[in-house]
Design a protein around this ligand. Structure first.
Ligand code: SF4
Length: 300
């Protein structure tokens, strides 16, 4: 089920470039997300209380993007476009509608580079388009001569445990399918990595589980891992804090009190938790010989 919406703009220019994902722009073909991860903050009041229960498809996004990229091209304002920063660009309906595919054709036409982030194997359908973008995109000046890819392919995982994934990411492709897809893009020579986020406190943020996750990413051709913890917002039934706690209560009641304590009235765990998680991920990335940034050096 989906609803059509018409938009005036689809290319969002960031105030400053994102040092983490290396993007200057974001494009989201949809509002809301059909993958419906329990921990996701796009459902609920953080996004202005908009009704995200029904996927909204920006049906005029291709013609709007065409105009916007034409304008940016004229000014030479090239930059990586983050595709799917607040929605997954490959929900099941994309198979039929091909909105993301149309956007990619326009991105290719204007030679913009892309960082695509997904939890769906449907991305395989567009591999040849990504290859053309990868080979032809004009890189922003700060990356010229420092990287040789116009596409960054990122797969998201909050866990590699299939049971946990089924509970917390019910609409995503299975962990195994995502790993196999990671491998396929890597085998085809793309710059591929994994966004290990959000790690779920007391479930997937343990040293043992993160070690397994990073090991599997390396094994399947990922060149980098970006690791981040969970954030939880709101107190309405559709808010992720409420939905996440309800899910814990149902499936993992033993970790609910600790999780509540970790967050308290905040949207994020303490600085110490975040510092310890960053240290742990650096240690494990070193062990598995994998980067914790998209590129080797900080080029910013
Ligand atoms: S796939 Fe991403 S955007 Fe979609 S519900 Fe899951 S976390 Fe949110």
């Amino acid at each position: 089920m989906f609803r059509e919406v018409k938009v005036k703009s689809v290319l969002n220019k960031l105030k400053s470039h994102d040092d983490w994902f290396l993007v200057d722009y974001t494009v989201n073909p949809f509002m809301g997300c059909a993958l419906n991860c329990t921990y996701c903050y796009i459902h609920g009041s953080k996004y202005g209380g908009e009704d995200t229960s029904v996927l909204q498809v920006k049906t005029n996004a291709p013609e709007v993007l065409y105009k916007q990229l034409k304008n940016r091209t004229r000014k030479g304002e090239y930059g990586f476009i983050g595709l799917g920063s607040s929605t997954d660009p490959y929900p099941p309906i994309e198979k039929e509608l091909e909105i993301t595919r149309e956007l990619l054709k326009i991105i290719y036409r204007f030679k913009f580079p892309v960082n695509v982030n997904t939890k769906s194997t449907l991305i395989l359908r567009d591999m040849e388009l990504y290859r053309k973008i990868d080979e032809n995109a004009v890189l922003p000046r700060r990356f010229q001569g420092k990287m040789d890819h116009g596409v960054i392919v990122s797969f998201s995982f909050s866990t590699v445990d299939p049971v946990l994934a089924g509970i917390f990411e019910p609409g995503a492709s299975t962990v195994e399918e995502r790993l196999v897809t990671t491998q396929k893009f890597s085998d085809e020579g793309f710059l591929v990595g994994a966004n290990l986020m959000p790690l779920l406190p007391f479930l997937t943020d343990t040293e043992e589980h993160l070690d397994e996750m990073i090991g599997k990413m390396k094994e399947h051709g990922a060149e980098f891992v970006l690791v981040a913890g969970l954030t939880l917002f709101g107190d309405e039934p559709s808010d992720c804090k409420v939905r996440y706690y309800d899910t814990l209560e149902k499936h993992y009641p033993e970790v609910l009190p600790e999780t509540r304590k970790l967050f308290g009235n905040s949207f994020a765990p303490s600085r110490k938790y975040q510092h310890d998680l960053a240290k742990l991920s650096e240690k494990l990335a070193l062990k598995h010989n994998i980067r914790t940034r998209i590129l080797t050096n900080n080029l910013e």
